[in-house]
Design a protein around this ligand. Structure first.
Ligand SMILES: [Zn+2]
Length: 228
């Protein structure tokens, strides 16, 4: 049993968002249509703690950039699919200052609430977007729990946690459990398997230049080639 968990960042016209961590809306649309035609089962990440069927696909978007929240949900809704968007609680409505000179506007609470209401998942991407694996366990717990409390105050209901930069260690998983999370998302260049730890599931990063053949290579062929 496996689940292909795709990791995207920005979704917007290249003229506005450039190529860095961005994908054109038309390209995202072709990815969604491809998996819909294959009759895949689409889950939001929070639902990965339940039972798995064959052919699960999960679309996740880190950072909740304004461009993403404006362009992506409608593409999923046209296909009857729901996706997961991960916000950084202390930066909502601000800018992605961790991107340095490439910082971009982030969606505000109103936008996030609207997208949640439309059936998508707004997940926890920490309070400050730090490398979790470099923090003490107490600091990690604060990053998870403070963010969670803020989300709840803003009527957002996160059901999964996504590690900034994919960074985590054993303590991160323990602190996630302590905060009552059962799904954590890391990075991993291969589909997730049912026997993987649900608190650190691997995701495949999708880049600007990933047209469908390259995407398929990444999620289907490359993991098999590596096994040999
Ligand atoms: Zn991030």
């Amino acid at each position: 049993m496996s689940a292909t968990i795709l990791c995207y960042h920005k979704v917007g016209p290249g003229s506005e968002e450039g190529r860095r961590l961005n994908i054109e809306p038309s390209r995202l649309k072709s990815h969604v249509r491809f998996f819909a035609r294959k009759k895949c089962t689409f889950l939001v990440a929070g639902d990965l703690s339940g039972s798995w069927k064959e052919g699960i696909v999960c679309f996740t978007f880190d950072d909740a950039y304004e461009s993403t929240i404006v362009h992506a949900p409608i593409i999923f809704e046209e296909a009857g699919v729901r996706a997961s968007f991960y916000a950084v609680s202390d930066r909502v409505g601000g800018r992605s200052d961790w991107d340095g000179e490439n910082s971009r506007p982030l969606a505000n609470w109103d936008l996030l609430r609207e997208v949640q209401q439309r059936g998508h998942e707004i997940g926890n991407h920490s309070q400050n977007h730090k490398h979790m694996g470099e923090l003490t366990p107490d600091e990690q717990f604060a990053e998870i729990q403070n963010a969670h409390n803020r989300f709840v105050d803003e009527r957002i209901r996160p059901r999964s946690f996504c590690f900034p930069y994919g960074s985590h260690n054993q303590a991160t998983l323990e602190m996630l459990q302590k905060a009552n999370y059962s799904v954590g998302l890391a990075l991993g260049k291969r589909p997730a398997r049912r026997e993987d730890n649900l608190l650190s599931l691997p995701r495949v990063v999708v880049a600007y230049s990933d047209a469908l053949p390259m995407l398929l290579y990444k999620i289907v062929l490359k993991p098999k080639l590596r096994k040999r």
